[in-house]
Design a protein around this ligand. Structure first.
Ligand code: GDP
Ligand code: MG
Length: 449
């Protein structure tokens, strides 16, 4: 069995430069999202976010092992699906194999803040609905880091929320009040980016999972998902005697996510936590940690728990997600979210304008191609035909936005086509006039002869 997954690699799609500018690598992004196999699939995005040296990449690399064991991927399409109910830890496979994937290191050197995406994308058909999905894995660096400002942190956190359908927040030992405040700040920030199009009844984001490392309180709250569930409920429980601020933080989290989960992981042992040359291999972990790591990954990535990315209540496909991502990143590049145009509006605008341009060009091409045959009598008829064709093409396109957008952009398309027809008519009349003149000239020559 191939667990080495050397086909994929972490690809940086966004990072902060030394002077805090956001650098976006659109080329890499296009490469991953434009793969023909996934264009029409719906999107599941697993994102892990948290401070440096919190064991994020380590956890994600084991997630990758799980994913490679169970799903085909764009680089590995013929992989047979494995049963998810086998009890042993078959998917760990090479127990003495060094861990590969998102690089992780034992050093203390700070890496850049940013977002890395795994270049290989997993393919799955949902058991219940038969929907085809593409599973993306994303590693986000740099939260709660002493060197990054709260603004950097919440921007990157907000971006994580906007992009992912399963957001895992990786924390050491416990959930602290300032983590919750960050989370609230980030979700408000992210909601602001979606702004006008937020439906009051729906929750903007899907799944928020707290992943607590080095959990010490196994007596009160047991390791794993069940203990985590109780723990997070306790943390997020709104209590009468709490200050208004604490209450609001909690309410905001409940209002923002459809599901809130939590896993409690034990201390992994001296080797994992402390050895400089530790290479991530399974065999060196403490036994309890192994069991809990395995359980939490099997729970997190169980096909029943995969959540399709929704924006404004609508399932998002890969080609649409790419547009959203690019629009969000442009917003984050601009250092502040423009007031007038929310990220959502911005995305719809740019996508729909592209569609319109395509149809307008189609109209232009057909009417000018027919120009030889057009005279004052049949001009209107040819125009109507070409216009109809362009509108049909537009209607067949994959649109985003609301019915209102659809209407507005259809009007815009009609107007642009009519404008082009206006020019065309002028030119056409000019040509006809000139031809008329030429004909008269020849006629007089002929008459003279
Ligand atoms: P990242 O910066 O969050 O991606 O962290 P890494 O995955 O690179 O891991 C940083 C260090 O933490 C490595 O030396 C890992 O061996 C170690 N590590 C991984 N998981 C855990 C854990 O659950 N607890 C502790 N204490 N250390 C861990
Ligand atoms: Mg890392």
């Amino acid at each position: 069995m191939d667990h080495t997954h050397q086909h994929g690699k972490p690809v940086s799609i966004l990072r902060f430069s030394d002077n805090k500018e956001v650098i976006v690598d659109n080329r890499e992004l296009e490469k991953i999202f434009n793969h023909p196999e996934i264009q029409d699939r719906k999107v599941v995005i697993l994102s892990l976010i948290g401070a440096f040296r919190g064991g994020k990449s380590f956890f994600l690399d084991y997630c990758l092992r799980f994913l490679y064991a169970h799903f085909p991927s764009i680089y590995n399409p013929s992989k047979h699906k494995q049963s998810f109910f086998r009890k042993n830890d078959y998917w760990i496979a090479g127990r003495d194999e060094p861990l590969k994937g998102f690089s992780w290191r034992a050093g203390t050197k700070r890496e850049t803040i940013g977002i890395n995406i795994w270049s290989d994308v997993f393919l799955h058909t949902m058991d219940r609905t038969g929907e085809k999905v593409a599973i993306f894995v994303m590693d986000t660096q740099g939260l709660f880091d002493t060197e990054s400002t709260p603004t950097d942190n919440s921007r990157i956190f907000a971006l994580g929320n906007l992009i992912s359908s399963i957001q895992v927040l990786n924390l050491k030992q416990q959930v602290q009040e300032d983590h919750l405040q960050y989370l609230q700040f980030a979700t408000e920030f992210a909601k602001f980016a979606l702004k006008k199009n937020l439906k009051p009844e729906g929750k903007p984001f899907q799944n928020m999972t707290f992943l607590i490392r080095d959990w010490e309180n196994n007596e009160e709250f047991r390791y794993g998902a069940a203990g985590g569930h109780n723990y997070i409920n306790e943390v997020l429980n709104i209590k009468q005697d709490q200050s208004q601020e604490l209450k609001e933080v909690r309410k905001s989290i409940f209002d923002s996510f459809e599901h809130v989960n939590c896993y409690l992981l034990p201390y992994p042992g001296e080797v994992v936590a402390g050895y400089k040359n530790y290479d991530g291999r399974w065999s060196e972990m403490d036994t309890t940690f192994k069991a809990e790591l395995k359980n939490s990954i099997e729970h997190l990535l169980h096909p029943d728990n995969l959540v399709i990315k929704k924006i404004n209540g609508i399932d998002i496909k890969v080609n649409e997600m790419k547009l959203y991502l690019q629009a969000y990143m442009i917003l984050f590049q601009s250092n502040e979210i423009p007031q007038a145009l929310s990220a959502y509006e911005y995305t719809v605008e740019s996508h729909m304008n592209n569609l319109i341009e395509k149809s307008v060009n189609d109209y232009k091409l057909t009417i000018y191609r027919n120009a030889d045959l057009i005279n004052a009598q049949n001009r209107q008829i040819v125009h109507e035909k070409c216009k109809e064709r362009a509108l049909q093409q537009y209607n067949a396109e994959n649109k985003i936005g609301t019915a209102e957008h659809d209407y507005r952009f259809k009007m815009k398309l009609t107007e642009e086509i009519d404008k082009i027809f206006g020019y065309f008519k002028q030119q056409n009349e000019q040509i006809i006039k000139e031809m008329e003149k030429e004909r008269e000239k020849f006629q007089t020559i002929l008459d003279r002869e």
